[in-house]
Write a protein that binds this ligand. Sequence first.
Ligand code: BGC
Length: 813
Amino acid sequence: MTTSTTTSQPASVEHLRPLLDKLTLEQKAALVQGADFWTTVPLPEIGLRAMTLSDGPAGVRGPRWDEREPSLNMPSGSALAASWDVELAYRYGAAAAFEARRKDVDVVLGPTINLHRSPLGGRHFECFSEDPELTGALGAAYVSGLQHNGVAATPKHYVANDSETDRFTVDVRVDERPLRELYLAPFERAVEAGAWSVMSAYNSVDGVTMTENDLLETPLNSEWGFDGVVVSDWTAVRSLDSIPAAQDLAMPGPAPAWADLAAAIRDGRLDEADLDRKALRMLLLAERVGALEGSTTVVPEPVDGVAFVRDAAVAGSVLLSNDGLLPLDASALTSVAVIGHNAREARTQGGGSATVLPERIVSPFDGLRAALPDAAVSYDIGAVVQEGVAELPLAQIENPVTGDPGVRVEFLDASGDILFAEDRRATALVWFGGDAPIAQSATLVLHTLYTPDETGRILLGFAGGGHARVFVDDVLVVDDTPVITGTDLGAAFLNPPSSTAAIEVAAGSAIDIRAEFTMGSNDSVLPGVFSATLGIAPDECDPDALIAHAAAVAAAADVAVVVVGTNSKVESEGYDRLGLDLPGRQDDLVRAVAAANPRTIVVVNAGSPVVLPWADEVAAIVQGYFGGQEFGTAIADVLLGVAEPGGRLPTTWPAALADVPVIDVTPVDGVLAYAEGIHIGYRAWLRAGAEPAFPFGHGLGYTTWSWDSVSADDEGYAVTVVLSNTGARAGKQVVQVYAERADSSIERPARWLVGFAAVHAEPGETLTVSVPVPARRLAHWADGWIVEPGAYTLRVGASVTDLPLTIDWEVDA
Ligand code: BGC
């Protein structure tokens, strides 16, 4: 099924038509397809340089996936959303713009503004929230922060790409009303903020793949006035049927599906006007980012990235519970037991295309050690979380050719001759763009000298999507093709399976490791991309002994900090989660530590909800999300009260998987039906009358508040809320305003978020806060936006279920 020919073309492109007229049909056809993975086609004849697009969105990777060109690793999208802070989201976009320009990037592929429809969605860490208002407001601010600094934003993935299972083919069936009120709403806000680009998704909606879907035209262009470029998700363009649709740029390029584009126009199968429409938008984008001669390149405001990501991680950390132990008094602590795999191997970001390579990462253990120089801060693993091999630490590897820390990498042809060599500083390597001759090589060799720091047995091996062999001191120890589970390209390539062998090593005594990866042995990944990891898998040690050891260490300390979390096999692009439990024996670990030391604090290192069955047994719980490269510093700030944890949950946290009202992410016969309609997230919990572990909007601070009054704002569609900081510390509060409509002529959510504001107050200070509630926030979709006249109730407070203030709100006919 193809869509009708598109018609709407904004006036904003018309001044570029004389330039377009200088182009041949072939040039125009080239312009609407990438030149390669990350760049567009330059046309120097008309003063157009190539534009570079890059993932993000929690930082900017740049056109090469290379640790020698590090990026700022910003807190994940869900951490940003947990800040509920529009101003912070703007600064986040501005910091991304500064990074983008540092890396010669014109277009950032983000923000990711799909919704947390089911907590099983594997890519939640990258998306913001289960709520369209929170997602929309923060997404729009991110877009403005980027674009006011001259870099294009690409809100993605348009639309209904809210889970990962069969993401290339799934047909999402969703009614018009939930589509408009929930899934399209954040995109509408991003376009209102002026987005210069939008990414079309892989999936279908109501039977038509998104790159050919009418939704690209209506509402995006025809109703919202979008005048930018619809970029396809990578390889999402399937056929020439996307030419009459409002799909503007096919990435990466040249796109096989559009190889016949010029010929099809010549022989009358397609209309040249449809191509012109796309090409004009490409020229406008180029003008906006300064890629067209004569256009201005905005120089972004400089940002102290490290300081910003620390602040943002604090702002996005949610204090879920606290019996009064937090904040800790640093001066009174003599010993702290830091426990947990993620305490030392923190996850600071989720997996998949959003990955960036930071220069350094501060783990919670590092952060606490640095913040407590006078206390004995010990580390104990307690439970194994990692699955498969993790790369070898840089400090323990030496490049045999240069003698520097790192690994020698060589690409060999079929006769063993070196085609290309590079000296890298990591043993987890991805080629996705860049100069390496992936397609021409037969073998990839990683060669390094590894010096263990402990004597004993290690599980050495590789992770990869095809065949590889590993030699230790010239002896073959692994020769295998690990089995890929699942069908997702991205997962097979960015999260491949491992194969290892047990070998004995001695502390301080270097071993020579050579890994040979057979290239082209895995056809399931994109041509020209490759990933290879050489590393060590966790040993099969006795889990009960690990827990007992950690509990003993905790018993002897003033306080125990257990960092629990997910791993790369749990939260990543390309697959959904199978459950909400913490992997491995972490629940048992927490219980044992809490039993050994009542002063146990749990830090959760996950990008989306996990079940915490021991929540009532510990003194305090901080949800840290994937907090970016300064995660550990931020956790130390929060635990020691240097800063107040500023986060509020952007998504409901269930107590058990079985309680979740909307859970399903698995298509049946290729179809995923959004049968719940407008009731997702807290709306569904309220409707079901079910109790979550922690409600939407929940989060504690270190001070106390009184909610004094709410009144209608004189200006019209806004409420004025008065609240006071009644405690002894400065603090942050998020004023949340929800609407209810008791006597509605249509089905409504029990309650829905219509406005919010993050505020700060000194001890004793009273704040008067105006929160806009535009009429549209009360509207429902019925072939158009309709605001039912009559009585609404607005309820104000600190979470969806903690709403001490109420005001009747009358909407005139
Ligand atoms: C992801 C996009 C990403 C693109 C380029 C796709 O697989 O879904 O979010 O921008 O790859 O890496």
